[in-house]
Design a protein around this ligand. Structure first.
Ligand code: SD4
Length: 337
């Protein structure tokens, strides 16, 4: 009885001290947190903070999974996904499968502020960016060339294809459909070794919320593949009447459940951010018990939380927080369940 009362209390009333403004982001990307925090400290908006924080990771190529030179697709090209959301107006700008442009979060912001659209994709998104003055550059680096050639050297294995077979004289396609297999071991790369999309939520002293993401997706993805990061409600969501959330992990699975939207809606009903994050993960876990993924959540009073799914090699998730309780960004961690 007492335990269930305590659980209900914990769900409805956030525990711990909260302070605003707040920046929270996925993984140990400290410089991104610091960049966003300094924008807020100098009077910038939450949107500016999120953009600056994610852009820092794009420049630093955080863990090789944000920005240029990472996650080459099956043709060796790096393509980028990004999103930014204004929790006051519910405006969103996003780009997916962006080519040749390094500053994906900047282009997402331009989609939001310079068009009436929400999401631009592929070559057309790149042309839009070029027309808006973003420089066109090669996103390939020695590192991405090496990743790609090693993959070619292993006969394009592993890859994300299923129920197909390549031309008998080739190993790497073209592929043809074949009879559906009953069950197969999922040869996914989306595990702890291919993580680290930046997802960020910023809340200012008046409770304005913004959220954003930036990523180069997943190694050896099928060209044209778009992950969860640029999908509103999946990669990130912000609503200044409730809070913000952002997810990282196996986007092909996670986007089916809109975990960021779900977490924000749960916080709207009074759930503590940690509980909201946990429930969003639980929803996915029901169908994909071993999926790789994590989520961060913050409400408009400055309470925050995170949760992750325990999967092979992934038992603890690291994230960063900046608020007025500390001069420097704090590295936090949560045990996966
Ligand atoms: C994607 N969610 O493109 C991204 C990858 C990621 O941790 O976050 N990895 O699926």
């Amino acid at each position: 009885m007492f335990t269930s009362l305590l659980c209900t209390f914990t769900l409805l009333f956030p525990l711990g001290h909260a302070s605003l403004p707040l920046v929270i982001n996925t993984w140990a990307f400290k410089n991104a947190t610091a960049a966003a925090w300094s924008v807020l400290q100098s009077g910038g908006s939450v949107l500016d903070a999120v953009q600056e924080g994610c852009a820092r990771c794009e420049v630093e190529q955080c863990d090789g999974t944000v920005g240029y030179g990472g996650s080459p697709d099956e043709s060796g090209e790096t393509t980028l996904d990004a999103l930014i959301m204004n929790g006051d107006t519910m405006e969103v700008g996003a780009v997916a499968d962006l080519r040749r442009i390094k500053n994906a979060i900047g282009v997402a912001r331009a989609v939001m502020e310079r068009t009436d659209h929400t999401l631009l994709v592929g070559e057309s998104a790149s042309l839009f960016a070029e027309n808006m003055g973003f420089p066109a550059e090669d996103l390939t680096t020695n590192k991405s060339v090496n990743i790609f050639s090693q993959w070619l050297g292993s006969n394009c294995q592993p890859n994300y294809r299923k129920n197909v077979f390549p031309d008998p004289s080739q190993h790497c396609g073209p592929y043809k459909p074949r009879a559906m297999l009953e069950e197969r071991e999922r040869a996914r790369h989306a595990n702890v070794h291919s993580h680290d999309t930046i997802g960020m939520v910023a809340v200012d002293g008046d409770g304005h919320v913004a959220a954003g993401t930036s990523t180069n997706g997943m190694n050896h993805k099928v060209p044209g593949r778009v992950g969860d990061s640029p999908i509103v409600g999946a990669g990130a969501y912000a609503d200044s009447s409730a809070g913000g959330a952002s997810a990282t992990g196996d986007g092909d699975i996670m986007m089916r459940f809109l975990p960021s939207y779900l977490a924000v809606e749960l916080m709207r009903t009074g759930a503590d951010p940690s509980a909201a994050c946990k429930m969003a993960i639980t929803r996915i876990k029901r169908h994909y018990s071993e999926f790789f993924g994590a989520i961060i959540c913050a409400n408009t009073t400055g309470h925050y939380g995170a949760a992750c799914n325990k999967s092979p090699g992934f038992s603890q998730f690291h994230f960063m927080v900046s608020n007025s309780e500390s001069d420097a960004p704090l590295l936090k961690s949560v045990d996966c369940f």
